[in-house]
Design a protein around this ligand. Structure first.
Ligand code: PMP
Length: 352
């Protein structure tokens, strides 16, 4: 019966999540902080009152409105919900997947842009970043836009796995070049930790969309992503959304979190401060090169990433070895910023 499965799917590897029970978990950019116990109890009471016998409806409208307020959505724009931003990546890829369509992204970047193309049809073109600092290669990207006329350009801002916040002037040049070809989606998953964002670009550019998620904010388990853009454009992508893609429990938890956004803002501030401490500690290690980050992770090059990964794992710390993801990432580990105690344990375990 396996024969009925598309051969290209049979040849794919499933997205792998490392087993992490018992580890200090610094592998997938989760917010390490939970809600204070009194708020957890309050949330429990809210969730127990949710009507689980009904399909999600009005509460999703409430959540869209709360997220629009939280983000400061401009006039003339709309916001749609995804089951995590992973789902939105898939829906956008489907939306542009006419025969011959091309999707462009700098590399290394978030793997789902490419994987969604493999699953859904468009041709993926990756343009390597500059080797020394993972900045965008302006000329190579402009050439690729002229050559391939992509229907979609992904810019993770800040980028995963490098933490880079791309140069604004280069982004504007790319947006201008894409004007006659397709959409530019600014993937702002790491916006809570970054000095700048792209929301204001929605006012100026009808072909720009901004995607965010509640995952890095502190609700990775809740699976809420959202996509913002001009109302007419969002209405087209909405047609692809499974009607009840967001659970009422998830919506209620997300609404609760937004009512307490000051708690999460304080957590993000603590994570940004710890990121700088981790960066400085990495810089002080002989032979180690950390790359400046505006996200809740630090990418660093080690003399032997596999050995360091194993050394950390033996001490109960799980990070992500991204060395094999792209040639530019050779000997690189991606270290998620944890609690102060977790980061101190990491720094200690890294000492020679
Ligand atoms: N975009 C980027 C750049 C990411 O790094 C991630 C997750 N690591 C996502 C999107 C997906 O996030 P989620 O599906 O949890 O919203």
């Amino acid at each position: 019966m396996l024969d009925v499965i598309r051969p290209d799917i049979q040849n794919l590897h499933a997205y792998a999540v490392q087993p992490s029970t018992g580890f200090i978990k610094l592998d997938v950019m989760e917010n390490p902080h939970r809600l204070p116990p009194d708020l957890q109890a309050e949330l429990g009471a809210r969730l127990s009152a949710v009507a689980l016998n009904r399909y999600p409806a009005e509460r999703l409208d409430d959540l869209r409105a709360a997220l629009a307020r939280h983000a400061g959505l401009p006039e003339g724009c709309a916001l749609m919900l995804g089951n995590g931003s992973d789902e939105l990546i898939s829906l956008l890829t489907q939306a542009i997947a006419r025969p011959g369509a091309v999707v462009l992204a700098p590399q290394p970047s978030f793997v789902m842009y490419q994987l969604s193309c493999q699953l859904l049809g468009p041709r993926f073109v990756g343009v390597p970043c500059r080797a020394e600092d993972f900045a965008l290669d302006r000329n190579a990207l402009l050439d690729a836009i002229a050559l391939h006329r992509p229907a979609l350009l992904w810019l993770a801002y800040p980028n995963n796995p490098t933490g880079t916040l791309w140069d604004d002037e280069v982004i504007e040049a790319l947006i201008a070049a894409m004007q006659h070809h397709g959409l530019v989606v600014m993937d702002e998953a790491y916006q809570p930790f970054a000095a700048r964002d792209s929301l204001e670009r929605l006012r100026r550019h009808p072909h720009v969309m901004v995607m965010r998620t509640m995952s890095k904010f502190g609700l990775a388990g809740v699976r809420i992503g959202y996509l913002m853009g001009r109302t007419e454009l969002v209405a087209q992508v909405e047609k692809l959304r499974p009607p009840f893609n967001v659970s009422v429990l998830n919506a209620e938890a997300a609404l609760f979190a937004l009512e307490h956004e000051a708690v999460y803002a304080a957590q993000a501030a603590a994570i940004r401060a710890e990121r700088e401490r981790l960066f400085a500690a990495l810089q002080a290690l002989p032979g180690v090169t950390p790359f400046p980050s505006q996200a809740n992770m630090v990418l660093a090059r080690f003399p032997d990433a596999a050995a360091t990964f194993a050394q950390l794992k033996a001490r109960g710390i799980l990070v992500k070895n991204v060395s094999a993801m792209h040639p530019l990432l050779h000997n690189c580990l991606r270290l998620t910023v944890g609690t102060p105690e977790e980061n101190s344990a990491l720094i200690k375990a890294l000492q020679p």
